[in-house]
Ligand binder design. Structure first.
Ligand SMILES: Nc1ncnc2c1ncn2[C@@H]1O[C@H](COP(=O)(O)OP(=O)(O)OP(=O)(O)O)[C@@H](O)[C@H]1O
Length: 248
């Protein structure tokens, strides 16, 4: 990790009518950093992430992603990021190989690049026997690992992961995080939302949102120290308890 900024956020705000979903947030993420974005349901995580991905125009404030401005350079942002969410799924009726080729094609990669890298990804994920099977035949954990590999196939500067490991067992989640570490080691910046507090421990830095605002932001070690908590679970409970709004 170095001091190059992958993401800069300065007083960013998003209003829906009179309701302020994201309220004046500011932070920076360094290149190669694994940055965890936590908060109770309705805290504003997805709304903030959508602005950073160039999918939603802010009401006020500024932000840059990979050096591009979130108001005027949204197409450039989209080309330079990867995105994966629990809800975003691969095409179930395409094979593993067809899914990889389809998404790589969207980013305009050459046939040679796609062919070579498809082989590498399938080998790394140990999916050789499944390469020509329909994605719907794979277990959820395999689909998620494949979806992550597809999201970074075009070698983006930053990958945004919105609750990427929802619904899978701890062992598979651990394997998924190994992929995240490997990606970060190649210099890809990882911006991840999660509800799992063991995953918060794996992040270099964590930001906790409460009612649209940033309530705390630091390394997991420092947050535990500051809150006099034994685990991130305890940190989260102490901070999120203050939330007035919740979607659940
Ligand atoms: N398009 C919209 N119009 C009106 N309100 C919205 C819209 N999108 C989100 N909100 C509201 O903004 C708040 C923040 O929502 P957001 O989805 O960003 O939260 P979140 O932290 O991602 O929650 P979750 O963990 O449940 O996904 C919620 O109260 C939500 O109902």
């Amino acid at each position: 990790m170095n001091d190059v900024k992958a993401i800069t956020v300065d007083h960013l705000t998003k209003k829906f009518g009179n309701f302020t979903a994201v309220d004046n947030i500011s932070f920076e993420v360094k290149k190669g950093e694994i940055f965890g974005f936590l908060g109770a349901n309705g805290a504003g995580k997805t709304t903030a992430m959508r602005m950073l991905c160039g999918l939603s125009i802010p009401s006020s404030g500024n932000a840059t992603v990979a050096g591009f401005d979130v108001y005027h350079q949204t197409e450039k942002i989209k080309k330079n990021i990867g995105y994966m969410s629990q809800k975003f799924s691969l095409y179930e009726d395409l094979t593993v190989k067809e899914n990889i080729r389809f998404y790589a094609g969207i980013y305009g990669k050459s046939n040679e690049f796609i062919k070579n890298k498809t082989g590498v990804v399938i080998k790394d994920l140990h999916l050789e026997k499944e390469a020509n099977k329909l994605v719907k035949s794979l277990p959820l954990g395999w689909k998620q690992k494949l979806a992550f590999s597809v999201a970074i196939f075009h070698e983006p500067e930053i990958v945004f992961l919105d609750e990427p490991t929802g619904g899978v067992d701890p062992v598979t989640r651990r394997e998924f995080w190994n992929l995240i570490y490997e990606a970060a080691a190649t210099g890809i910046t990882v911006f991840v939302t999660t509800h799992y507090m063991d995953e918060a421990e794996y992040c270099n830095r964590v930001c906790i949102m409460v009612d649209g605002r940033i309530d705390a932001m630091d390394t997991p070690q420092q947050l535990k120290k500051a809150c006099d908590a034994a685990s991130m679970d305890e940190v989260f409970l102490k901070l999120a308890r203050k939330a007035l709004r919740s979607d659940t």
